[in-house]
Design a binder for this molecule. Structure first.
Ligand SMILES: CC(C)=CCNc1ncnc2c1ncn2[C@@H]1O[C@H](COP(=O)(O)O)[C@@H](O)[C@H]1O
Length: 179
């Protein structure tokens, strides 16, 4: 399966790198391809190292203004013109989407993926991998949107909150179409 992963470009501590290494190993051992932002920094690098070491494939989607930081020696690397084109490419190339811990870049990607799903413009499974409870606050906010009628589709159809990599992958394997 091609699994698109959005995650932080920052250098993070063990609370976040350990779950990332665990998830990356599961992806690699499962023979999956990780589609990711292509940079060799921060959690993106932790994920790429882990997937590669465990025998998975890497498909990067970099962007012109960050292409100097792109990882070398991967199975595939394309360079999008801008962030909008890159998000569209990353969505198109994945059978399923995983959002890991991240900052504003990851938040931008996560909300666009959910918004497109809300409008029926894709129907790929989306998982928020809630390492160390990082997304507990977002979950509360989204549950309020759901309960008060803001979402137009049940929250459970838009995103699945996984507490660890194993349950994230199990959900994707059950729900990704046409693998
Ligand atoms: C040192 C250097 C030039 C780093 C390169 N930095 C980046 N490289 C690739 N994608 C990025 C970078 N910064 C943000 N992004 C995009 O935004 C997300 C991460 O942003 P953030 O760290 O969560 O807010 C990633 O999923 C990625 O798609």
């Amino acid at each position: 399966m091609n699994i698109t992963v959005f995650c932080s470009a920052a250098e993070l501590d063990e609370r976040y790198t350990a779950p990332a290494r665990e998830f990356a190993a599961l992806l690699g051992r499962g023979g999956h391809t990780m589609v990711w932002g292509g940079s060799d920094v921060g959690l993106m690098k932790v994920m790429a190292d882990g997937v590669e070491q465990a025998g998975g494939r890497l498909s990067g989607v970099s962007v012109e203004f960050l292409s100097h930081a792109a990882r070398h020696g991967v199975d595939e690397m394309i360079v999008a013109r801008d962030l909008a084109e890159r998000k569209a490419e990353m969505l198109a190339r994945g059978d399923a989407i995983v959002v890991m811990v991240g900052g504003t870049g990851t938040m931008d990607e996560a909300t666009e993926i959910m918004e497109l799903k809300k409008h029926g413009l894709h129907d790929k499974p989306v998982v928020l991998l809630n390492a160390d409870g990082f997304y507990d606050g977002l979950k509360i906010q989204l549950q309020r949107m759901d309960k008060e009628g803001f979402l137009h589709r049940p929250l459970a159809e838009l995103v699945y909150f996984a507490e660890d990599g194993a349950s994230a992958l199990a959900y994707l394997e059950e729900n990704a179409p046409g693998r």
